[in-house]
Design a protein around this ligand. Sequence first.
Ligand code: GDG
Length: 432
Amino acid sequence: MALLDALRRSGGVWFGWSGEISERERRTPKLQHHSALTVATLDLTSDDYEDYYNGFANSTLWPLFHYRLDLATFDREHYQGYLKVNQRFAHALLPLLKAGDHVWVHDYHLMACGEELRRMGCTSPMGFFLHIPFPAREVLTALPTHDVLVRALFSYDVIGFQTEGDRDCFLDYVVKEAGGRILGHDRVQAYGREVVVAAFPIGIDAGAFARYATTREAGEHAARMRRVLNDRQAILGVDRLDYSKGLPERFRAFERLLADYPENRGRASYIQIAPRSRSDVQDYVDIRHELETLSGRINSEYSEFDWTPLRYINRSFSRRALAGLFRIARIGLVTPLRDGMNLVAKEYVAAQSPRDPGVLVLSRFAGAARHADGAVIVNPYDVGGVADALQRALNMPLAERKERWRTLVEGVRRDDVMAWRESFLERLYAVR
Ligand code: GDG
């Protein structure tokens, strides 16, 4: 989404996994041409899907980088699968590159892709952007192959992180584990190379999202929701069903709100939209069961025949429908235990009506909290603290809501996806 319109304008190739599994290990990608944009994709084999995607990417790197050492598995076969797919992607990409091209690689699935491109003689300027947090050195070093992976990152010319905090963790590793040197002007030297390392906080297309919120589809969803709410206040969460998003803690915080502030019984409803993701990984099955149990408990304890406290929905909605729901929710509840940025927080802000904006309750552990002065910031582990914040937000006077929203929306509009993309590309284009 973030890159599509830039690629459409500048022309270029989007290259990645097709999302399909097939047993034939093709070396050449499938190409689809959309005027100046070419979409090139490769399928994964079922072994790749297990070892690379479900394995090293989503059962090792994802939990580890989100500080969940307890969930991370370390399996050599998974790691070999990760390297193999990264190499295969590099081999398939190389013939598509032309002189003067720039390569921008995204996220933890493809950290080792640049190294293979360089090994094959690719001299194009290459950038890498990590969408998820970069963990503290003490956490990263639990990964048996931490040094190989960080070394691989030094094949890129520009390494981008979501926040200064992530960048600092990376630099701490490079200096203390790899004997690297920080040279100033975002330049860092290690493993015999000099690269740019900087923070580029990602944003959204705020204008487009605000427009979604006033479309007919948005209005229809908002009206349906209003009918069931029947003048009650809505607390809304929208997250991929992932253990990093802090959903069990969030359910408990809502339960605590009803217990500690009983005036909200029959007056506030919590709607949680959580489309399933990575359902082949056991930890995702486990969290689903935990949430089903919790929502059942809360609803059976507090429901009235004319009031359902918690609506927990496991399917996805269109972006316009989401925008409509965001607009009428009094609280946008975004409480990940760790998150690179969290775009839902920004989308909630963009979708609000200036005349009657809602309140963003945001975890301090989301990258988005770094530039969110108008939000009510919470510690998601502190269930009672989140319940107190919900109570405060539910009772916040209109004048304060407006003031907080104005501060927030200014940031969301200024640090939008275009600014993110341009600031990264500027650094990449400056590479000689
Ligand atoms: C990773 C990092 C970083 C959600 N439900 C539906 C739906 N969504 C959309 C949201 C939002 C996107 O998915 C989720 O983005 P997040 O940023 O919240 O989280 P991750 O998926 O974990 O993304 C994260 C991000 O990369 C970007 O760098 O911010 O930290 O983890 O746009 O609205 N979209 C639709 N239906 C749904 O039901 N259409």
